[in-house]
Design a protein around this ligand. Sequence first.
Ligand code: FAD
Length: 369
Amino acid sequence: MNTKYDFLIVGAGLYGAVFAHEVKKAGKTCLIIDKRDHIAGNIYTEKVEDIQVHKYGAHIFHTSNKAVWKYVNQFAEFNRYINSPIANYLGEIYNLPFNMNTFNKMWGAVTPDEAKEKIEQQRKDNYVESPQNLEGQAINLVGLDIYEKLIRGYTEKQWGRPCTEIPAFIIRRLPVRFTYDNNYFNDPYQGIPIGGYTSMVERMIEGIEVVLSTDYFAEKEKWDSMAEKVVYTGPIDAFFDYKYGVLEYRSLRFETEVLDTPNYQGNAVVNYTDSETPYTRIIEHKHFDFGTQPKTVISREYSEEWKRGDEPYYPINDNKNNELYEKYKALTEAQNKVIFGGRLAEYKYYDMDKVVEVALQRVKGILGQ
Ligand code: FAD
C-alpha cells in the first residue's frame, strides 16, 4: 500500500473511470478509492432476478458526439434501446415527449396543422402577460390542457412545491414535435450497454487497483501522500469542509420490488403526471434490455427534499447555490495537487456523454497530449 502512484482517483464513477483508463494507457500508475462498496458511482447496475437494475435511477446513454460514442463502445456493446417514456395521467396514457401521438390522444388532432392550430388556440385563450412563475410560463408555451395533464402534477412532485411558486426561468422551452416520433432524445446515438453499466466501468478500469468502502476524508493525508496528483470527484463543499456552507441538492428515493409477473407496465419508464400519486415514475428495469425473464423488478421513484447525508442527485443551480459554488471553485485554484472533476466536484448536472467528454479533455490536457 505504500507504493507511490502518479494519480490517486477519489471516486470510481464514470469520471474517475475514464480518467483512470486514460492515465493507465499513457503508462502512469493510479489507484482508485471509493466510499461506496461498489464501482461505477451513480451509473451502477446490479443483477436482481437476472435483470440489470439501475440502482441510482434509470440511465440511458445518448449522445450526438460520435467520438464519445466510439469511445464507450470500446468497453461495451450497446443494445438498440430507444427511450420512449409514457405518461399516466389518472389512467389516461400519453406518449412523451409531446408529439403527434400525444396531441392525437389529447384532442383527436390527426395532422400537424390541426395540432398546431389547437396548441395556438390553447395558448391564446389562457395567455399570461409576463409570467412570473412556471405555471404561466408553461401555459404560454404549450397551452392549458398539456400543462394540466402532463406538466403540473409531475413538476410539483419533482420540486416539492406548487408550480405557482417555482420561478418561470426553470423552463425556457418545452419541446413539441409535430411528427409521430416517440423517441425522447434527438441524439443520433443511443442505447444501454449489454451486460450493464457496471461491466462497462469494470472494463474501463481493468488492471487498476481499486479500494472500496473507503472515505477519502477519513485518512486524507495518508491518501494524498501516496500520489503525485489527486483527482477528486466527490462533492466540492465536502472537500473544503463546508466552510462557506452546504450546496443544496434535490434527492430521490427508490422503492424497488420484485414482482411475480413477467411484464408489469409494458414500458421501461412510466411517468405519473397527476398530483395524487405520490411517486413521479415507475421504472421497469427489464424493458431497458428487452428482458424475457419470468419475474420483473420495478422501482417507484419519489422526489425528496435533500439534507446533508442524503444521496445528492440533482444540484439546485439557483443564484444562491451557484454563488456558493463559485466561492468553493475559487478555493480550488490554490490546490495545485488536486484536479476537481465530475458532477459533484463541479456541482453540475452532467449527462454521461458530457462526463466522458470533459474527463477526456481534462486528462489529455494534464498528460500534455
Ligand atoms: P458519480 O457517479 O457520482 O461518482 C462519484 C463517486 O465519488 C461516487 O461513487 C462516490 O461514492 C465517490 N465519492 C464521493 N465522495 C467520496 C469520498 N469522500 N471518498 C471516496 N469516494 C467518494 N445521464 C445520462 O447520460 N443519461 C441518463 O439517462 C441519466 N439519468 C440520470 C438519472 C438520475 C436520477 C441522475 C441523478 C443522473 C442521471 N444521469 C444520466 C447523469 C449520470 O448519473 C452522471 O453523468 C454520472 O453518474 C456522473 O458520474 P461522476 O463520476 O461525475 O459522478
